[in-house]
Design a protein around this ligand. Sequence first.
Ligand code: ADP
Length: 396
Amino acid sequence: MKILIINAGSSSLKYQFMESEGGQVFAKGLCERIGIDGRLTHKVPGREDVKQDIPMPTHGEAIQAVLDIMTDPEKGVIRSTDEIAAVGHRVLHGGMAFTESCIIDDKCIEAIKKCIPLGPLHNPANLMGIEACQKIMPNTPQVAVFDTAFHMTMPPKAYIYAIPYEYYEKDDVRRYGFHGTSHRYVSARAIDLLGNPEHSRVICCHLGNGSSLSAVVDGKCVDTTMGLGPLAGFPMGTRSGDVDATILEYLMGRYGYDIKEMLNILNKKSGVLGISGVSSDFRDLDEAAAKGNARAQLALDKFAYEVRKFIGAYASAMGGVDAIVFTAGVGENSTDMREHICQGLAYMGVEMDPEKNKVRGREADVSAAGSRVKIFVIPTNEELMIAMDTAELCKK
Ligand code: ADP
């Protein structure tokens, strides 16, 4: 089935048009500066990229621009929008309402709206994308795929916070976790690569700009590092990961920050950028560290150390581990970071083959012969997962 995938942000909208079986990508692109002026970048494999300035006061014009270019006789890939069998939307927060993907109807939209307080930046933008598609393509089925859904199998001891229970009961405060579509895709692939054993314990390391780990037993998530929001876990490009809440009170008192300013520091100015003062991009950090920049090295050390600690924690939580998966920008591409993270884990049967680990952006088993735990590099493919869910729900 030919599926259009939409990932709508507040001022941008990514799209990909692909085949749900086999994953062939026909076209993809990005609308930027929605609500400001509007720019479209459209990519078709084997052709030159198209860049156009098109007014996009709202997400409606952005979606229309995508459909126009997709059906353009020269630059397009389809004759009419009838060739789009369905639209799959990436939605950030599904709260407790969504344990899996669902066909978008009025009830679903209401439930996504109810999750806005939990995902105040993303859910309204996701909804704008959905509503624009409904208006322009009223007869095309739409599906919502949630970043949180895969993690909804976590047991209460993993998702409950140790604060008064009433905040869970009355206000839905709990661990949700994100990157769920990626964790679902790579954990399923890892289980395949393990030979589909009846029982399996997999740790997925999604290491990108935003990063999270998940612990997956028999294909079901039992724990993950992100929390109510995506700020939690270990240091990321610009996010702090878990911090002692006392730091907030201390710095807010010293500098007169309000909570918005404080959270902006923790979300945008922290992580490896905050420690290094150099960059949030791991390639820049590698370069700076190689030239002797001690803070860039410290940022890389801190990142690897915290990921390694969570690997140990999740191995304990699951009573062992059969495979560790590396995925996303850093996980798929950085030989050095994978090696750094796996250093000293031989005690738990994790042994990497440094030669096999010299791989970038493709699936590989990088564990040493005889390593009790398999180490896999698996490029994530959230779009394919969304396309597959969309096709499956539409067939039903
Ligand atoms: P996002 O979370 O925005 O989807 P990605 O998964 O694309 O991010 O990951 C982006 C990160 O991947 C950047 O910090 C970038 O430095 C890192 N990255 C990409 N290629 C490499 C590489 N060859 N070595 C180290 N890091 C890399």
